[in-house]
Design a protein around this ligand. Structure first.
Ligand SMILES: Cc1cc2nc3c(=O)[nH]c(=O)nc-3n(C[C@H](O)[C@H](O)[C@H](O)COP(=O)(O)O)c2cc1C
Length: 398
């Protein structure tokens, strides 16, 4: 997995002469797998055209807080929520001052305030400006608030001065953004994740399955890989690209998934059962296509083996996290599942909604364990994946 695969980056480009390097920064981020949306400040637009940034980012460039069309759907809030990270490069002295003061008088300031995404800032300015007490103070304040600063370089500047203030190299900026997502929280841990839908053959042509896309499981896998874990994926039928786990096994039917899990569970520290495994399998699937007739056709189903329960009952069980896809009596059903299966936590998702859950890139879940429940509001599955892994680390490894 590239370090920024599936990551959504809002790049703020402000009024520094170095803004002409912004398309290159966009490219470097894309090379690492990121999707980039650019906010161009009024100052930034003096140094680089909207068109260059639109072409390189392959997205509309955002510049106007008062865009009536975009704000029909609260565009600035949408953009703030969309971002996994906000990078401001180059960051002018003026933009640094605005951010420090918490100003929301332009689109970039408003998005920064409305977002919970981490912020990285790459200042670029004349060396005298960079060494001004007010700029230094602003950078110190921003750092204290958790903003990460990508230090400028020393060298010859556009104005002819020699000193500190040149924008960091694009590769270095992209690398720093990539490192934002790396941690060692699960270093040395082995995690086994099942994901996707199972397929139960009725005959060689028809099957019984469900709408699971595997996106939530893959987001969890990404978050585990970023946290340093060794990840094994047991993959059913999915419609999402596969990240780069340590090991991957294809398991199409519920029985295959059960076998694959049991063969690989021994030395695992964490088991995340995210696959939508069919509760029932077809009794006596046919070897040939069933021919159409006027007669009623009865297909007999038999209960499939319960993968999660089997792992929870192992004498040396790993930490077991299950998923409950429910359409009614959500909390009650999820709590019953937590108890009946004997797992450490259940992640409940309501799959009756059209705008999140199955197939969607977004989800809304409730993390339930013995001590209580925690609602994680609707967000991208990638963000939720990282949040869920953070919760698991906080609750079980601290
Ligand atoms: C030719 C020229 C070059 C400039 N270069 C920089 C620069 O490199 N860094 C900086 O902080 N400001 C620079 N400025 C000043 C900013 O463009 C100015 O403060 C502007 O208001 C910044 O707006 P913004 O922060 O909203 O983008 C420059 C101004 C001019 C006219």
């Amino acid at each position: 997995m590239s370090r920024l695969t599936n990551k959504r980056i809002v790049l703020g480009v402000s009024g520094s002469i170095a803004a002409y390097k912004a398309p290159d920064i966009v490219r470097r981020l894309q090379d690492l797998g990121a999707e980039v949306r650019v906010i161009l400040t009024q100052g930034g637009a003096q140094f680089i055209t909207e068109l260059s940034l639109q072409v390189t980012s392959k997205n509309k460039v955002y510049h106007n807080l008062w865009d009536k069309e975009a704000e029909l759907s609260m565009g600035h809030i949408e953009l703030a929520k969309w971002a996994d990270v906000i990078l401001i490069a180059p960051a002018s002295a003026n933009t640094l001052a605005n951010l420090t003061a918490g100003k929301a008088n332009d689109l970039l300031g408003s998005v920064v305030l409305a977002s919970d995404a981490p912020i990285l800032i790459a200042p670029a300015m004349n060396q005298q400006m960079y060494n001004a007490t007010s700029v230094k103070d602003n950078l110190t304040t921003l750092k204290q608030r958790g903003v990460q600063i990508i230090n400028p370089e020393h060298g010859v500047q556009a104005c002819g001065d020699i000193g500190e203030g040149r924008l960091a190299e694009s590769d270095e900026i992209a690398k720093q953004v990539g490192l934002m997502f790396q941690s060692n929280k699960l270093n040395g841990k082995k995690v086994l994740i099942t994901l996707g839908a199972t397929i139960e053959a009725i005959d060689p042509v028809r099957y019984l399955s469900n709408h699971s896309s595997g996106k939530m499981g893959m987001a969890l896998a990404d978050a585990c890989i970023e946290s340093g874990a060794q990840v094994t994926l047991i993959i059913g039928n999915i419609s999402t690209p596969i990240s780069e786990p340590s090991k991957q096994i294809s398991a199409i039917s519920a029985e295959q998934m059960y076998q694959a899990v049991m063969e690989n569970i021994d030395d695992q520290d964490i088991f995340i059962a995210c696959a939508a495994v069919s509760d029932y399998s077809i009794k006596n699937p046919k070897n040939h296509k069933i021919k159409k007739s006027d007669q009623t056709l009865t297909i007999t189903l038999t209960p499939s083996k319960d993968v999660l329960k089997a792992v929870c009952n192992l004498p040396q069980k790993p930490l077991c996290i299950g998923f409950a896809a429910e359409t009614q009596n959500l909390l009650k059903n999820a709590r019953n599942k937590l108890k009946n299966k004997g797992c450490d936590a259940i992640i409940l998702n309501d799959v009756s909604k059209d705008d999140f859950g199955f197939k969607s890139d977004e989800n809304e879940v409730i993390f339930i364990d013995q001590k209580g429940s925690l609602k994680l509001a609707k967000n991208s599955k990638q963000k939720l994946g990282r949040k869920i892994i953070e919760i698991i680390v906080d609750k079980f490894y601290k």
